[in-house]
Design a protein around this ligand. Structure first.
Ligand code: PEP
Ligand code: MN
Length: 367
């Protein structure tokens, strides 16, 4: 349940409205004020308010309206916001109708490597540059990333070619420093339920690329997004990167069903990472094309100037030439499907049409 307050209402502890909400939400409930654009809201767990309390709330002079949301991920839900969220990252708009390609190496390794990757990404027609400097590695003996100096190298490379950059942050304390350098922050699969980190990126002032936990349900994923939204950060991009499967042929199994499904559940844009989903260079192109045909708002792609020499994830990293081919094929699939109503990429959700029929898309290649 979302309680929208009238403009100018004081929500300070001890204020009348805070006391009323605390009393109706019951003991133990986490009551949080959310700033949502120009609105001030309170989210209460659904079902916690009796009919009489609801009437009391609705009649209170400080309350503008009360919205009943039937799903636990309230701010993320289509029921709360029917209009799709378009996330601005630098000069790029994610969710605006044109697929956005974010490409670059798994890890930032050196100035030479990230500069070469940045130029290759730019020349291939990528819209953003990715690169990890804080790496969540399964083994403590694997390359851990260059840390903050790596983020600096990434930011410089992005600026040199005019592409906004996205990079992972793993610790809440490092969020402000990374947010100063990067255009968007990535929360990795292993950290999807690191709640202090979610709150910290929610307060960062930067758009957040939230990867799905490799064993997380869609509801858990949307509730992780809710943590970020509840901090007043409206710009969350969901990234499906494969979930764990019984089959060892691929690194993970790519859940493409989530793309049209999420368009019915949430207003947030969805991108696909076929690199971690498959773990194999040769499968990145076909799954990228399939993701765009399913209506994804973009792709996160591992591309390395010399994939076989990569410090991490070389086997799933494509070459610059493969990225050129991928960008062209994705554009062809998108334009072939974008005029076709009823095609696989079009989902009617809450009276809204997702992805292909949305207008106003502008993804400017910078330069
Ligand atoms: C990555 O993008 O390099 C990464 C570590 O991804 P994930 O969190 O999906 O494993
Ligand atoms: Mn990787």
């Amino acid at each position: 349940m979302i309680v929208v307050l009238r403009e100018g209402t004081s929500t300070a502890a001890g204020s009348e409205i805070a006391e009323l909400l605390a009393s109706v939400s019951g003991p133990g409930a986490a009551l949080q004020t959310v700033t949502w654009g120009t609105d001030t809201l309170f989210c209460l767990p659904d079902g916690s308010v009796t009919h009489i309390e609801l009437e009391h709330l609705q009649g209170h002079p400080a309350v503008e309206r009360v919205e009943s949301i039937a799903v636990p991920y309230q701010l993320a839900s289509r029921a709360f916001q029917a209009e799709k969220t378009i996330v601005p990252v630098g000069n790029v708009r994610i969710g605006g109708g044109e697929p956005v390609i974010m490409a670059g190496p798994c890890s930032v390794e050196s100035e030479t490597q990230i500069m070469a990757a940045a130029h290759a990404a730019r020349e291939a027609g990528s819209h953003m540059l990715r690169g990890g400097a804080f790496k969540p590695r399964t083994s403590p003996y694997s390359f851990q990333g260059l840390g903050l100096p790596g983020v600096q190298l990434l930011a410089r490379a992005g600026a040199a070619v005019g592409l906004p950059v996205v990079t992972e942050v793993m610790e809440p304390q490092l969020v402000p420093a990374v947010a100063e350098l990067a255009d968007a922050l990535q929360v990795g699969s292993r950290n999807m339920q690191n709640f202090p980190l979610l709150r910290a990126v929610g307060r960062s002032g930067r758009p957040v690329l939230l990867k799905r936990g490799f064993a997380s349900t869609i509801e858990e994923w949307l509730l992780a997004a809710e943590y970020i939204l509840a901090e007043g950060n409206r710009y969350v991009i969901l990234c499906e990167r494969g979930v764990r499967s019984f089959d060892q042929e691929t690194r993970n199994i790519l859940d493409l069903t989530c793309v049209p499904l999420l368009a019915t559940l949430t207003h947030l844009p969805v991108v696909i990472d076929p690199s971690h989903a498959t773990g194999r260079r040769d499968l990145v192109l076909p799954m990228s094309v399939a993701a765009i045909a399913a209506g994804a708002d973009g792709l996160l792609i591992e591309m390395h100037p010399h994939p076989d020499e990569a410090y991490s994830d070389g086997e799933q990293s494509i070459t610059p030439a493969m990225l050129c081919d991928l960008v062209n094929r994705v554009a062809a699939v998108h334009s072939a499907l974008s005029g076709m109503s009823g095609s696989s990429g079009i989902v009617e959700a809450g009276g809204q049409q997702s992805t292909y029929l949305q207008s106003g898309a502008l993804v400017a290649s910078a330069g």
